[in-house]
Design a protein around this ligand. Sequence first.
Ligand SMILES: [Zn+2]
Ligand SMILES: [Zn+2]
Length: 108
Amino acid sequence: MDTAFSNHCYNHRSRQAVARCPECGNFYCRECVTEHDERMLCSNCLAKISPKRSAGSGNWLAYAVVFLQGCSGWLVLSYTFYLIARALLAIPDDFHEGTIWRQTWWNR
Ligand SMILES: [Zn+2]
Ligand SMILES: [Zn+2]
């Protein structure tokens, strides 16, 4: 074991500490620390930094809601453009005095 870490784990008094948490400054054994952004953090500090990740199985629901909101927003936007296109095409041809309006992006 590395002699630099002479302390014992903050959670396990009988175990040799192998890492020092940069957030709380306590020493921990290999089992009590987790790598996060190239730093070794204890489970307590990791939970403080990323509270969403510690929430567990409820995460996928939040992602699904965000995804559905994005989809519905995109659909509304597309439908709005579709209605605008329909409105423009519904205008009589002689109103435009030409064929420029027919060769727009949605007819290609
Ligand atoms: Zn810590
Ligand atoms: Zn430990």
